[in-house]
Design a protein around this ligand. Structure first.
Ligand code: HH2
Length: 267
């Protein structure tokens, strides 16, 4: 999953793709480089980020999704790729689904009461992520008893709630939410304990690309975390992750290809 942040303030690529034409070109490049999914987001959820109003979020993502949606399914400009909308708002998700998205990446795991009914009605996919607190304050002293069992219990509960609301179980992806209300130790524990979430039986998405835990382990600034992010990506796959949400698509595709070939598996 390639990340396309159409925001002025994302933590590592803020401002790069605010111009819709540049955003569309970046999405097409990621698809050509081997991304299976492109995740378009109009609201930064980095620690300390402020909430974007609905009109602004829609204005950011809609033109990009419409242009990318128009590429499908001919594949001429955009090879077959799943379009994903990174939003906590059902209204934004609905507009994105209208424009050609088929996956909703919801970092609040369905906090908007209209989200699960929408996803169910449209037969879309949904990624349910764990977050403790809200982006503005989530890194102010996050605490857990046992982070792995609490996060696994949360995503399992949200999966049940989604299914109860009519979402097909096989449309659900689960995500431990690396960096969302977690210290570096919590993030490491979740990576080491990823198997507990994998055991819930749904594909697991890991978004760790360039995040703070990579900085903690390597001492590198955001722009210099590619090698560390690749190490984390391979560790995630080894632990059973099915989807990697990354900024650096071609490098991750290469790393995965070599890793899986050498382990005798399939890329
Ligand atoms: N991380 C970010 C945003 N969305 N979605 C899922 N499912 N999992 C994640 O780990 C995840 C996510 C934060 O990273 P990024 O998009 O690069 O930054 P920002 O939130 O500043 O736009």
């Amino acid at each position: 999953m390639g990340i396309l942040n159409v925001t002025p303030d994302a933590f590592s690529d803020g401002g790069e793709h605010v111009d819709p034409a540049r955003a569309v070109a970046a999405a097409r490049a990621m698809a050509a480089q081997g991304a299976a999914i492109v995740d378009v987001g109009g609201e930064s959820t980095r620690p300390g980020a402020s909430v974007v109003d609905e009109a602004e979020e829609l204005a950011r993502v809609a033109p990009v999704l419409r242009a990318l949606g128009a590429d499908q399914p001919s594949g001429a400009a955009l090879p077959e790729v799943v379009l994903s909308i990174d939003t906590r708002r059902a209204s934004v998700a609905e507009a994105a689904l209208d424009a050609g998205a088929v996956l909703v990446n919801d970092v609040s795991a369905g906090a908007d009461p209209d989200m699960f009914p929408l996803v169910a009605d449209r037969g879309a996919g949904i990624c349910l992520m764990h977050m403790q607190g809200e982006p503005a304050t989530m890194q102010d002293d996050p605490r857990y008893g046992d982070v792995v069992s609490e996060v696994a219990g949360f995503v399992e509960g949200r999966m049940r709630a989604a299914v109860d609301a009519g979402v097909a179980e096989d449309a659900i992806i689960l995500d431990p939410g690396i960096g969302f209300g977690k210290t570096a130790e919590h993030n490491l524990a979740l990576m080491r304990g990823l198997g507990t979430i994998v055991a819930l039986g749904r594909p697991v998405l890991v978004g760790i690309s360039r995040k703070g835990v990579i900085g903690e382990l390597t001492g590198r600034e955001v722009g210099d975390r590619l090698a560390g992010s690749l190490g984390a990506a391979l560790a995630a796959v080894e632990a059973g992750a099915a989807v990697l949400r990354v900024h650096d698509v071609p490098e991750t595709v290469d790393a995965l290809r070599v890793f899986t070939e050498m382990r005798g598996g399939r890329a």
